[in-house]
Design a binder for this molecule. Structure first.
Ligand SMILES: Cc1cc2nc3c(=O)[nH]c(=O)nc-3n(C[C@H](O)[C@H](O)[C@H](O)COP(=O)(O)O)c2cc1C
Length: 236
């Protein structure tokens, strides 16, 4: 039996952890307010408590702000290589063709985001412009690039994902928001020389980190989740 005070402490812990997890969402417009390096270091240190097979800790992160962050965006945007032509030569995040139920879910989030921005279904140029906002990290003051050693296997990518989620949750606990960004992966060639990323590292994704601009319509997006019964099986 828990003593009454332990019980209430537990309820607080549940509320705090659940809030950090459920209030995480992909924010796509940030305020210019900086995030100090100590806070970023704290978040990354906490997130590095993520588990990994045989404690290999198969992650690396390049944290950028200011000029370096700007140069990455410029290199990608001036490359003239449009997202739909970009080559996912290092790893494929998405399947070659979508199928159900993934196709509908993917469409739903796209339509919802463009709907909030008033972008019509045929306004391809405006869709591209919105996608290009990835490369300025949606104006976040901090842009991170994550890599994994290419000699490692799928298991290490599982570990990497847990590290990413831990960063996003630790950021929420500190009032910060994030957006994970696979959009950077097919542009790794433009990022490598700027950050000195060696060839043995695969660029997994980027991540924007900062304070949410609550005045922006794109941040009103709230995504759905399929009900538990659709993807969990209980055997009694
Ligand atoms: C690894 C990863 C990569 C993602 N890449 C992008 C991206 O490049 N650009 C973007 O706007 N959103 C990106 N997202 C965000 C997803 O669209 C988002 O997580 C999903 O729609 C669910 O919404 P929520 O994060 O607000 O809960 C990415 C998410 C993950 C986990």
């Amino acid at each position: 039996m828990l003593a009454p005070d332990q019980k209430s402490a537990d309820a607080d812990a549940i509320a705090a952890v659940d809030h950090a997890i459920t209030s995480r969402r992909s924010v796509r417009a940030f305020l210019p307010d900086p995030v100090d390096e100590e806070t970023i270091g704290d978040i990354l240190r906490v997130a590095s408590r993520a588990p990994s097979g045989t404690n290999m800790q198969p992650w690396k992160v390049y944290v950028t702000a200011g000029e370096t962050k700007r140069r990455m965006g410029e290199a990608i945007l001036s490359s003239g290589i449009r997202a739909e032509k970009a080559d996912w030569d290092e790893y494929k995040y998405y399947p070659d063709s979508f199928f159900e139920p993934y196709l509908s879910r993917r469409r739903a989030v796209g339509y919802a985001l463009y709907g909030l921005l008033g972008i019509g279904r045929r306004e391809v140029d405006r869709m591209r412009a919105q996608h290009d906002r990835n490369f300025v990290f949606f104006d976040a003051p901090v842009g991170m690039i994550f890599t994994v050693d290419r000699r490692l296997n799928k298991g290490s990518w599982i570990d990497h994902g847990m590290f990413l989620q831990s960063i996003m949750v630790a950021a929420r606990a500190r009032g910060l928001h994030t957006c994970p960004q696979a959009a950077f992966a097919p542009y790794h060639r433009f990022i490598r020389p700027i950050l000195g990323i060696p060839e043995e590292e695969v660029v997994v994704c980027g991540m924007a980190l900062g304070y949410e601009d609550t005045s922006k319509p794109e941040n009103r997006l709230r995504t759905e989740r399929a009900p538990l019964e659709e993807w969990a099986a209980f055997f009694r």
